[in-house]
Ligand binder design. Structure first.
Ligand code: NAD
Length: 243
């Protein structure tokens, strides 16, 4: 019987809620080059552009709702402990708030969140739903010009890696949903879970770059595959191997 479950989610789980995925044929993310909005030097070169980019995305989130895949994970997190005595931990690469809107508790946002801001001087963060600017005053320490979107840029260390490592090393089942498997360190989580003896399953439209690390994959839209998998697991205690 599986006990502890870790679920890793990526941009694909939110695609059907209307949030575009990261990898596009143009190489752009939401019409911008990565080096203009998602690396630390961009904040120095053109901070206004960086703030504007995340302001647009934050504003866009207001109209986005969780889809059946997010909701199924909440159901799994709520019902699995009574069934197994274990727990369900959600680790997301997403910066959106759809796990929270779906009711999932304590999702670890390893790449940060659109709905929080960070002060580079006092290192505190706070909930934020508005429009930020480079010369804003930090509400925590009162300094001016030290606030930034709470997003982990390329070249920066993802959040809560120790906690994630501990969860991976004690899980029996690892589910990876809607991630391309090319962004590290998340792309290496499956290997850690497998070396701890976990069964690893990927959910994607097609096999990802790291498919060979997984025991098997379930392919199709996450809004269909994830609820089916969760219903079967909650009913039987067994994993679904084919859709
Ligand atoms: P990615 O864009 O690199 O890959 C998305 C994956 O999801 C692809 O493999 C694709 O085949 C799959 N996919 C697309 N639609 C799907 C669906 N309906 N059902 C199942 N799978 C589907 O995303 P990534 O691997 O998460 O890495 C991109 C980085 O960009 C992340 O670290 C994240 O921080 C950031 N990002 C976040 C958001 C968000 O918050 N929603 C959106 C775009 C990018």
């Amino acid at each position: 019987m599986y006990k502890n479950i870790v679920v890793l989610t990526g941009a694909g789980i939110s695609a059907e809620s209307g949030i575009p995925v990261f990898r596009s044929e143009t190489g752009l993310w939401e019409h911008e080059r990565i080096e203009d909005v998602c690396v630390p030097s961009a904040l120095v070169r053109n901070p206004q552009k960086v703030h504007d980019f995340y302001n647009r995305m934050r504003e866009g989130l207001k109209s986005k709702e969780p889809n059946p895949a997010h909701l199924a994970l909440t159901k799994l997190q709520q019902e699995w402990p009574q069934k197994s005595g274990g727990k369900v931990s959600v680790v997301t690469q997403n910066i959106d708030n759809l796990h929270e809107k779906a009711g999932t508790r304590d999702a670890i946002h390893m790449h940060g969140r659109l709905m929080t801001m960070l002060c580079t001087a006092c290192h505190q963060r706070w909930e934020f739903a508005g429009q930020s600017a480079p010369d804003d005053t930090c509400p925590k320490c009162g300094r001016k010009g030290t606030t930034r979107p709470d997003i982990v840029f390329f070249e920066e260390m993802p959040y809560e890696m120790d906690r994630i490592g501990a969860l991976l090393s004690e899980c029996d089942l690892f589910l990876s949903i809607g991630t391309s498997g090319v962004v590290y360190p998340a792309a290496g989580f499956c290997e850690i879970a497998r070396s701890s003896g976990a069964l690893c399953v990927e959910f994607n439209l097609e096999a990802s770059a790291t498919v060979s690390q997984f025991n098997y994959g379930l392919y199709g839209k996450a809004s269909v595959t994830v609820p089916q998998f969760v219903e079967h697991l909650l009913k039987t205690g067994e994993v679904l191997r084919k859709i």
